[in-house]
Design a protein around this ligand. Structure first.
Ligand SMILES: NC(=O)c1ccc[n+]([C@@H]2O[C@H](COP(=O)([O-])OP(=O)(O)OC[C@H]3O[C@@H](n4cnc5c(N)ncnc54)[C@H](OP(=O)(O)O)[C@@H]3O)[C@@H](O)[C@H]2O)c1
Length: 330
């Protein structure tokens, strides 16, 4: 039997439960993974609350991120072999697959080979965050060397990865936090400038830093009323990639405001991970950064697999700096 974290009603962290399910054979194009570490993501919490961009089919598993070892292959799998150490890159919906288990079945295309001696906690924390930042800042219309990028809620997993990706390509990351105590940590993590929202005007500080021009690219996972301040910090002809809905005042059914002169768009990593060539390029970029030490995933805290409720509560407290990871003992 395998252990799986699931929920059969939507709501807060208390709806999550553990159950035993039979270990099944992977189907066509699938692999079964013995999971060593699971990255906890805001998307998991939003899905659990039915605030994500698609609803759960109850009872539902969850989880986009993990690292482990391949233990069985379905027909037609060529990407990985039994015994490979792998990390998980989300290419799937949470209604079809999930990583919150000790043995899980996933599409083989979602598996990224990782060095055998790599740390599963770090790898479970890395891939979704860095590929999200890569797709926004590097792919397609890359941020040029010396350009400023604005990264709001930069103390999150994606924000901290985006700081490192921006530095990797020679851009200048301007990071924001609501929490004064996290300011120095953001500077230590590579942010060139940190704005503590609530203490200072985001728009004014960015215009000051950029000699009145504003940034050419902003990544915002918050939305809500604060988006006006972010819009004010983007240069004419610049772009704002809205990639999350952290502010609970967001109404997911409402689109983004039209802002003349600014390309304001919803951004997700799924077109990157869903396309074989784009996925390969993303994996190469992130793997190179992890290998040469430019990318060092920031893990805030690990929880034992059984402490999933506490892990979700910690995430929702927003006290974290970086990723939260569940560790699985076999
Ligand atoms: N579009 C995509 O492809 C994609 C991929 C991955 C994640 N996401 C989404 O991106 C968002 C961020 O993910 P993450 O993993 O980086 O987040 P996270 O690790 O949970 O951290 C988010 C940070 O945001 C700040 N924050 C939390 N609630 C806030 C609020 N209401 N208003 C302003 N700031 C708030 C907190 O920092 P301070 O205390 O410093 O303010 C917190 O440390 C989530 O909504 C997630 O679903 C989207």
């Amino acid at each position: 039997m395998a252990r799986q974290i699931f929920f059969d009603r939507t709501g807060g962290p208390e709806v999550l439960r553990m159950r035993e399910v039979p270990v099944t054979a992977p189907g066509e194009g699938e692999a079964r993974i013995k999971v060593d570490a699971i990255g906890v993501n805001r998307a998991d919490a939003m899905f659990r609350e039915n605030r994500y961009f698609y609803p759960p089919n109850l009872p539902s598993g969850l989880g986009y991120e993990a690292a482990g070892v391949v233990e069985a292959l379905g027909p037609g799998v060529t990407e990985v072999a039994v015994g490979d150490s792998v990390a998980v890159l989300p290419t799937f919906t949470l209604t079809a697959y999930g990583t919150y288990g000790d043995h899980v079945i996933l599409p083989a295309v979602a598996l990224v080979p990782r060095p055998h001696d790599s740390d599963p906690v770090t790898e479970a924390a890395a891939w979704m965050a860095y590929v999200t930042a890569y797709g926004a800042l590097v792919e397609g219309d890359p941020v040029a060397k010396g350009e400023h990028v604005l990264l709001t809620a930069a103390t999150g997993g994606v924000g901290l990865a985006a700081v490192q990706v921006a530095n990797r390509i020679g851009a200048v990351p301007i990071a924001t936090t609501r929490t004064p105590a996290k300011k120095q940590r953001l500077l230590d993590a590579g942010a060139a400038h940190v704005i503590v929202t609530g203490e200072e005007s985001l728009t004014e500080r960015v215009l000051d830093i950029t000699d009145g021009r504003g940034v050419t690219t902003a990544m915002d996972p918050v939305g809500g009323p604060g988006i006006a301040e972010v819009i004010g910090a983007v240069s004419s002809g610049g772009r704002l990639l809205a990639y999350g809905l952290l502010d609970p005042r967001n109404d997911p059914s409402q689109g983004l405001p039209a802002v003349p002169g600014i390309d304001l768009s919803l951004y997700t990593l799924f077109p990157v991970t869903g396309d074989p060539e784009r996925r390969r390029n993303a994996i190469d970029f992130v793997a190179a950064g992890l290998a040469d030490g430019a990318f060092t995933p920031v893990v805030d805290r690990t929880f034992d697999f059984g402490d999933f409720t506490e892990a979700h509560r910690h995430m929702e407290s927003s006290a974290q700096f970086g990723k939260i990871v569940l560790t699985v003992r076999h």
